[in-house]
Design a protein around this ligand. Sequence first.
Ligand SMILES: N[C@@H](CCC(=O)N[C@@H](CS)C(=O)NCC(=O)O)C(=O)O
Length: 202
Amino acid sequence: MKLYYWPRTRAFRALWMLEETGCDYELVPVDIRNGDQRTPAFRHINPLMKIPAIEDGPVTMAESAAILMYLADKHPEGKLAPDSADPKRGRFLQWLFFGSACLEPAMAERFAGSKPNTFSFGWGDFTRVTQALQDELARGPWILGDQFTAADIMLGDGARIAVEAGLWERRPPISDYLDRIAARPGFQRALAVDNAQAAALL
Ligand SMILES: N[C@@H](CCC(=O)N[C@@H](CS)C(=O)NCC(=O)O)C(=O)O
């Protein structure tokens, strides 16, 4: 399993997921500052020219939420996604997709300072996304309740960025969620790898 990666980026989600599954992987640095993502070889892997991407035998794919779902399904022993017969599967998919389809655009809306059209924008607006996620997380401990899943990797990484960027204050339920995440060995291992890569490459 190869992870096309650069430190301090959204590739962290895939790295964290790989550490949660415990599977073997190799990091392939793609220096996005120097345009490595625009080489013909990498464009073949991801035409959007963005990381993360993975290569797993004949499979090449990108998009962090899709990578998380691929890895969760490939490693069912990790219990990082309810299986298709589990009634929780629907809610799992909802929140996994919410990460890329709602939380990310809402954050981009705030970063850009743009005025949302709450009726036609698929995520409504930043305020609505924040409320929806925080209401659900208040029930905790994870987005599906007792089971930590790949959706928490997607949302937890988004929450981490939103707090670090000052978009959200570090207070409950987000602060409790981030504390629970920080206590996970898989997250700690991924952070150690990301920190070591940042020290070596940045
Ligand atoms: N929707 C993508 C977004 C990935 C993304 O934006 N990656 C950034 C790094 S955080 C990137 O590769 N930027 C380089 C570029 O656009 O040239 C995902 O979730 O995987």
